[in-house]
Design a protein around this ligand. Structure first.
Ligand SMILES: [Fe+2]
Ligand SMILES: [Fe+2]
Length: 264
C-alpha cells in the first residue's frame, strides 16, 4: 500500500482499487483511526488483478463430487479463493457504505476482512500445490453483484454473515471430508480452518442482527425479512445441513428449523 493510507476508510478504498493480489491482501494496521467517515462514490465493480476480472455470465464451479480429480480440485480451490477475495471486497465495501454504523461494528468488519484475506492466501497456497495460480480459471462476481441487497448494516449481516457465510459452514465441512477421502489432508486442514473462522463470522452476524433488529421481532423473522430475492434460506445452507455447529453458535431452534425446511 502507498504511504497515504493511514485510516480505515483509505484502506478500504485502496483494497477496492488494488490491481494486484498483494494489494488486495495487504494488511491493515490495528491502530489506524476510523475518524474519516465521509461518504465516497463507490465503483460499480472493484478493480481486479489481470486475469481475475469476472467473466461475463459468471463462472461455474465443478460439483464437489469432482474433488478427487486433481484437475477439478484445482478449479474448486480457485473458485473458493475467488469467494474469499469477493468477501474481502465486500467487507471493504461495507466499511465504506456504512460510515454511521457503530464503531464496534466497523472494527468487527475489519477483523472479518482480515480473516477473509487469510482464507484467500490459504487457498492460493493449495492452488500452488496443484500447479496453479490465481487467474488460471474464470471467476464470477456472484457475491459482489448481490451488494444491492445489503444496503443497510442489518441487511448486510443478514445476507453476508447469516446467508452466504452460514452456507459456507456446510460447504467447508463437506469439502474437508471429500478432500481427506481424496488423500489431500492439507486441503482438508485449510477447509477446516476456514470453517472454524467462518463460525465466528456467523456469530458476528447473529450478534449484530440482535442489535439492529426491532426488539419485538424474533431473530429468524428479522433475518428472513431482511433478505431480498433471490436471497432466501435455501442459500444459507449446503446440501447437508450441519446442525450441531449452528446450535453451538446459539442459533435458535426456530432458526435451525427454517434452515432444515429450506432444503436446496
Ligand atoms: Fe472466508
Ligand atoms: Fe467469512
Amino acid at each position: 500500500l502507498t504511504g497515504q493510507v493511514d485510516d480505515l476508510r483509505a484502506y478500504a478504498l485502496q483494497l477496492l482499487e488494488a490491481t494486484t493480489l498483494e494489494g488486495k491482501l495487504a494488511a491493515a494496521r490495528g491502530d489506524w483511526p476510523d475518524a474519516d467517515r465521509r461518504v465516497v462514490r463507490l465503483p460499480d465493480r472493484p478493480a481486479r488483478p489481470p486475469g481475475l476480472e469476472p467473466a461475463e455470465g459468471g463462472a461455474k464451479l465443478p460439483p464437489l463430487e469432482g474433488l478427487p480429480d486433481p484437475a477439478q480440485r484445482a478449479r474448486l480451490l480457485h473458485g473458493w479463493f475467488n469467494h474469499e477475495l469477493q468477501a474481502v471486497e465486500l467487507f471493504a465495501w461495507a466499511l465504506l457504505s456504512f460510515p454511521d454504523a457503530p464503531d464496534a461494528f466497523r472494527r468487527g468488519l475489519l477483523t472479518l476482512l482480515e480473516d477473509e484475506q487469510r482464507h484467500a492466501r490459504l487457498y492460493v497456497q493449495r492452488l500452488a500445490a496443484h500447479g496453479h495460480a490465481p487467474g488460471d480459471f474464470p471467476v464470477s462476481a456472484y457475491l459482489w453483484n448481490k451488494r444491492g441487497l445489503m444496503d443497510t448494516p442489518l441487511r448486510f449481516v443478514a445476507a453476508m454473515c447469516l446467508t452466504f457465510e452460514n452456507a459456507n459452514l456446510d460447504h467447508t465441512l463437506d469439502a474437508a471430508t471429500a478432500a481427506r477421502d481424496a488423500g489431500d489432508p492439507e486441503t482438508a486442514e485449510v477447509l477446516e480452518r476456514v470453517h472454524a473462522e467462518e463460525l465466528t463470522h456467523v456469530a458476528f452476524g447473529l450478534r449484530w442482527l440482535e442489535r439492529f433488529k426491532d426488539d419485538d421481532t424474533p431473530m429468524v423473522d428479522a433475518w428472513q425479512e431482511a433478505l431480498g430475492w433471490p436471497l432466501r434460506p435455501a442459500l444459507a445452507r449446503g446440501p447437508v445441513l450441519h446442525v450441531d455447529c449452528r446450535r453451538r453458535l446459539g442459533m435458535s431452534e426456530a432458526f435451525v428449523d427454517v434452515l432444515q425446511e429450506a432444503a436446496r
